[in-house]
Write a protein that binds this ligand. Structure first.
Ligand code: ADP
Ligand code: NI
Length: 218
C-alpha cells in the first residue's frame, strides 16, 4: 500500500469507530483535527503523514469512548501492521494516541512527546478553542447536565484527572477558566500558537459579551 491508500484505510477505520459518537468526538471533530495536523506539520516543515494517521486515530482508544482501552489499543496496533506501516511508524502512532488527551496531561505533565505527538496534541487542542471550542463546550456541558453559569460557583483550580471528570458543580462558563483559556500557552508548535491567537480572542470576546448580557449591561 502507498501512503495515500494507507491514509484512506485509516480514515475508514476511524469512521467505523467514531461515526456514531455524540460526545463531541465524532467525524467532524476528527476531520478538523486531521486538517489542523496537516496544516501544523506543513508550517513546521514536517512530513504530515504520521500526524494525519495519528489524528484520525487519536480518539479511538480514549477511555471515554471505548469500554476497554487496552483492547482498543491492541486493535489499532494490529490494524496498523496489517496496512503495512513500519514498526517505527506503528510505535510513533501508538505513542501519540496513548499520550495526548487533556486528561492524560493532568496526570503526567512531564512526559516528553515525539514531534508527531506534539503536532497532533496541538491539532486536537486547537479544536477545543475558538468558535468551535465554544460550541463543543456548550454541547458537552448540555449533554452532561451542567448549568450554563452560576456566579456563586467559582472555577476549580489545578485539577487532577479525577476532578476534571467530576462534573458536580461544573458550569459551562467555568470550563473556560479551568481549561480552555489556558490551552494556548501549553501548545508546542509556533504554527499552532499563531493560529491560537485569534481563537483566544474569539473566546475572550464571547466571555466578555456573555457577562455583559448576563448582568443586563449590554
Ligand atoms: P479531549 O478529548 O481533548 O481529552 P475532552 O473529552 O475532555 O477532551 O473534551 C471534549 C470536548 O468537550 C472539548 O471541547 C472540551 O473542552 C469539552 N469539555 C470537556 N469537559 C467539559 C466540561 N466539564 N464542560 C464543558 N465542556 C467540556
Ligand atoms: Ni480529540
Amino acid at each position: 500500500m502507498n501512503q495515500e491508500q494507507q491514509l484512506m484505510a485509516v480514515k475508514q477505520f476511524s469512521i467505523k469507530k467514531l461515526a456514531r459518537d455524540r460526545t463531541g468526538h465524532g467525524m467532524d471533530h476528527i476531520n478538523r483535527v486531521v486538517k489542523n495536523a496537516a496544516r501544523i506539520a506543513n508550517g513546521e516543515d514536517y512530513d504530515p503523514f504520521l500526524p494525519q494517521v495519528a489524528a484520525y486515530l487519536h480518539d479511538t482508544v480514549d477511555e471515554k469512548i471505548v469500554n476497554s482501552v487496552e483492547k482498543a489499543q491492541d486493535e489499532v496496533q494490529s490494524f496498523l501492521r496489517q496496512i503495512e506501516l513500519t514498526d517505527e511508524q506503528v510505535s510513533t502512532v501508538m505513542e501519540t494516541i496513548k499520550n495526548i488527551s487533556f486528561a492524560h496531561t493532568l496526570e503526567k505533565q512531564q512526559i516528553s512527546l515525539s514531534v508527531t505527538a506534539q503536532i497532533v496534541r496541538d491539532a486536537d487542542w486547537l479544536d477545543a478553542i475558538g468558535a468551535i471550542g465554544i460550541t463543543r463546550a456548550i454541547y458537552y456541558g448540555g449533554a452532561h447536565g451542567e448549568v450554563i453559569y452560576d456566579p456563586k460557583i467559582k472555577p476549580r483550580k489545578k485539577m487532577n484527572k479525577q476532578e476534571y471528570r467530576n462534573l458536580d458543580d461544573e458550569t459551562i462558563i467555568n470550563h473556560f477558566d479551568e481549561k480552555l483559556l489556558g490551552l494556548k500557552d501549553k501548545l508546542f508548535t509556533p504554527t499552532a500558537k499563531e493560529i491560537a491567537e485569534h481563537r483566544q480572542q474569539v473566546m475572550l470576546d464571547f466571555l466578555d459579551e456573555f457577562h455583559q448580557e448576563w448582568n443586563a449591561e449590554a
